[in-house]
Design a protein around this ligand. Structure first.
Ligand SMILES: NC(=O)c1ccc[n+]([C@@H]2O[C@H](COP(=O)([O-])OP(=O)(O)OC[C@H]3O[C@@H](n4cnc5c(N)ncnc54)[C@H](OP(=O)(O)O)[C@@H]3O)[C@@H](O)[C@H]2O)c1
Length: 340
């Protein structure tokens, strides 16, 4: 299976590490052989090698700030789109920046890869939240897969659970904690920190960005509920068509008062149906202490899926991280290899 890495940052390198570490296991257990024929990255440089790029060496170069083009192969001077347009591969791994307002440049990368009949695996929320139906249809027309496990809950396999394991069930509602940063902030506030101090701690730990809007205003969770609403119920529209409120209006005293009533504040992403209409929303909610979501503390994610067969099923796990999100791409690669 020939791979093209588009974006070789945290997630791209997380996958590369797993491919190096698990090379023998993947071959033995699934009969899969991977060969990386191209890597395109803005600052680290771009390289192609039809004979296969040494991923362990690429990781070393990226780690030491040296250019990938110093490795055996040919330096590629075009941009990512040009690489997708001209290099032959079986799977394009799209792991560039998320932009949930425009979805670019990732959407153009994915569209071009699918048009050329290459499978696409991505952890990028922008293209999936904005253009899921178009890209899934294009993939079907071209007889390839468009998979995006890492866009929701990182490598914790919620999308696989919905698609494979709960197949045959009707999902009546889904609600959960889809953003680890805000859950971490709410956890620290319950321990007595003011919002600003809890945010500062999240920033010091690398959970929150210097400009934390995407997390604290709920936009990251909004992109994820939009993806879920599209996948589950074929919802139409853009993320910002759905109501969204973050955690910035919650005070420490709100949290204490909720606790006295046997409740705990969580930033909840919710997807449900009213008649034939798909609904999605993000808002802080007071969750009963007895509910599984109330016990989820720190940066962990969790989702409760209400089904017509099993009642409530809750999945808990990491929602971010280098190895964790790298693993989400590996899940999708194995799925492609098994069904190809
Ligand atoms: N990190 C996580 O825990 C996590 C979890 C779930 C989903 N995701 C999603 O996964 C994607 C990747 O995240 P990340 O954490 O790996 O981000 P990152 O560390 O910032 O890596 C992104 C990489 O893409 C490169 N890049 C950006 N635009 C490019 C372009 N047009 N052509 C070629 N390369 C380009 C960047 O290059 P330079 O930096 O060299 O300029 C960088 O190396 C994002 O969409 C993110 O939202 C991440």
């Amino acid at each position: 299976m020939r791979l093209l890495f588009i974006g070789f940052g945290t997630v791209g390198q997380g996958l590369a590490e797993l491919l190096v570490e698990k090379e023998r296991h993947l071959k033995k257990a699934y009969g899969i052989d991977f060969s990386t024929v191209g890597i395109s990255d803005m600052l680290k440089g771009s390289l192609v090698n039809a004979g296969g790029i040494d991923l362990a060496a690429a990781l070393e170069k990226a780690g030491s700030g040296e250019k990938l083009s110093e490795l055996p192969g040919e330096e590629f001077t075009g941009d990512a789109l040009e690489m997708i347009r001209t290099v032959d591969a079986d799977v394009v791994l799209e792991a560039t920046y998320t932009d949930i307002k425009t979805g670019e440049p990732a959407t153009s990368h994915i569209r071009k890869a699918l048009e050329r009949g290459m499978h696409v695996v991505t952890s990028n929320k922008g293209p999936t939240a904005l253009h899921y139906q178009e890209l899934a249809l294009l993939a079907r027309e071209k007889g390839v897969r468009f998979l995006f496990e890492g866009t929701v809950m990182s490598g914790t396999p919620l999308l696989n659970l919905l698609r494979e394991t709960l197949a045959g069930s009707e999902v009546l509602e889904l609600k959960g904690i889809l953003n680890g940063t805000t859950n971490y902030i709410l956890t620290r506030m319950e321990e007595g920190l003011a919002y600003d101090d809890a945010l500062k701690k999240a920033q010091d730990l690398g959970y929150a960005e210097a400009v934390p809007d995407a997390d604290v205003l709920g936009w990251d969770a909004l992109a994820k509920v939009t993806i879920l609403a599209k996948v589950m119920y074929d919802a139409k529209g853009d993320p910002f068509d759905f109501p969204c409120e973050g955690i910035t209006k919650i005070s420490a005293s709100d949290i204490v008062e909720a606790k006295e009533r046997g409740k705990r504040f969580k930033l909840i992403g919710r997807v449900w149906k009213e008649g034939n209409l798909a609904k999605a929303a993000v808002a802080p909610e007071e969750v009963d202490m007895g509910h599984p979501l109330a016990g989820i503390m720190g940066a962990t994610n969790a989702v409760t899926v209400t089904t017509d067969t099993l009642g409530d099923v809750t999945i808990v796990g990491p929602g971010a991280g280098r190895r964790e999100t790298g693993f989400s791409l590996l899940i999708d690669l194995i799925e492609i290899a098994r069904k190809d």
